[in-house]
Design a protein around this ligand. Structure first.
Ligand SMILES: Cc1ncc(COP(=O)(O)O)c(C=O)c1O
Length: 429
């Protein structure tokens, strides 16, 4: 698919370099100017196509401009549907809530109220923190080392990355970080958490909640096991704290089930979602809360953009699409393709490259190499028209996050570019 450029003059990146804030980041890694996107392809203004293994950081699980979802949005716009609705009752919002309840939550045995916290993931986390602290009357929250939960102050206090935290400019408090079981393999993290909560001389204030990602995205694709998830649920009950699952990156089918924690059969008290809950990259976030913890008074968590109707239209269409097209089962199947590809190829390249993943959320770990290697791999992939991002400590994990709708041929094509990039980066080391 090519792009016919209808402009006489192509846009120059100087408009961004001269006038956009220094804080811009992704664009520095992929310095072309994007114009279009379809399915698993990003297309720049010159018509160059890039296989998208970044996927809007997990916001475009169902593919760019997914026809089913896009048509619903176009139809709604053409009928002059309300676009901005504050948090008033509207048809799209009602239909979105009904669809989420009837097709996902109720059939899977989850009893949650839906709170609209604002358009981004960090908003959903802020609301979850307020709820937990109000329910338990305590300020401390436990979070896992390596976790990423957003960049607004409350969420940032949970986010572990030092660079991100230093940007706050204030002391970030009321959070205790505990080791992640996957990054501390010889350490019994459950026993440790139990100890710091039981020992009245541990120096750790009794928490209101623990928040975690069942698969850490920015932290380096660190997966907690089903057993660990069950154990942390039991520990929350034992120590009277809420369990908050951050599904912002790992949710919406990404790991092969709508929620990434379904595999453990647990029921969190609060679930935060964003990114692909908005269907095709529309801004939307939700905080799901067990009815008994739905304690915020009317307006206690308010905000103007909690009712962008196009997100609800697209979000409902995305749920319909997920079920109709068996996206979850397809994600499991494609996850096996990735797993088999990595298992067949990485050991032949070097024995100290490790990899891990679930569904279509994978990380190739170059932690045994200088950080420049992973950077080089990302650059070579970009030069060969595959866009992907790095994550983990010192950005040493190459993250593969293709759209769940990617076809097998394009998935394999992208993987092959990654394979060659690894060989090239290591051979010029
Ligand atoms: C797990 C997780 N939580 C929270 C966030 C924050 O979401 P947002 O960037 O929409 O504020 C992110 C973003 O990458 C995330 O991956």
């Amino acid at each position: 698919m090519g792009l016919e450029n209808t402009n006489d003059v192509l846009m120059k990146s100087t408009v961004f370099e001269n006038f956009e804030s220094n804080v811009r980041s992704y664009c520095r890694k992929y310095p072309v100017i994007f114009a279009k996107a379809k399915g698993s392809l990003l297309i720049d203004q010159n018509g160059n196509e890039f296989i998208d293994f970044l996927c809007g950081a997990g916001s475009c699980n169902y593919g760019h401009n997914n026809d089913y979802i896009k048509d619903k949005v176009i139809e709604y716009l053409q009928n002059d549907g309300l676009i901005h609705g504050l948090d008033m009752y509207t048809i799209p919002k009602g239909e979105f809530i009904e669809c989420l309840q009837n097709t996902i939550l109720i059939p899977r045995g989850y009893d949650y109220k839906v709170l609209f916290p604002g358009p981004t993931g960090t908003n959903a986390v802020e609301a979850a923190l307020k709820i937990a602290r109000k329910v338990k009357g305590r300020s401390n929250i436990l979070a896992l080392m390596g976790g990423f939960h957003g960049m607004s102050l409350g969420a940032l206090s949970l986010t572990a990355d030092r660079f991100a935290r230093e940007g706050a400019g204030v002391v970030l408090g009321n959070v205790t970080h505990v080791p992640h079981p996957a990054t501390m393999k010889d350490f019994d993290t459950i026993a440790y958490i139990d100890l710091i909560l039981t020992d009245d001389h541990s120096g750790v204030d009794k928490p209101a909640a623990i928040i975690l990602e069942s698969v850490q995205g920015e932290g380096g694709i660190n997966i907690v096991s089903n057993e660990w998830l069950k154990a942390i649920r039991a520990l929350c009950d034992k120590h009277d704290m809420l369990l908050i699952l951050d599904e912002i990156q790992s949710g919406c089918g990404r790991t092969g089930s709508f929620f990434s924690f379904e595999r453990a059969g647990i029921k969190p008290d609060i679930v935060v979602m964003a990114k692909s809950i908005g269907g095709i990259g529309m801004p939307c976030a939700i905080t799901l809360v067990k009815p008994e913890y739905d304690v915020l008074a009317p307006g206690e968590h308010n905000g103007t953009f909690r009712g962008f109707q196009l997100s609800f239209v697209a979000g409902k269409a995305a749920l319909e699409y997920l079920l109709a097209e068996n996206v979850e089962a397809e994600t499991v199947r494609k996850g096996k393709i990735v797993n088999e590809f990595l298992a067949a190829n990485l050991p032949k390249i070097a024995s100290d490259i490790t990899y891990r993943g679930l569904g279509l959320m994978w990380g190739i770990d170059f932690g045994k190499y200088p950080p420049a290697i992973a950077q080089k791999i990302r650059c070579i992939c970009y030069d060969n028209n595959v866009i992907l991002e790095l994550c983990g400590r010192e950005d040493t994990v190459v993250k593969l996050l293709p759209p769940l709708t990617i076809d097998d041929a394009m998935l394999n094509k992208g993987l092959e570019v990654v394979r060659k990039a690894i060989i090239q980066a290591l051979s010029t080391n």
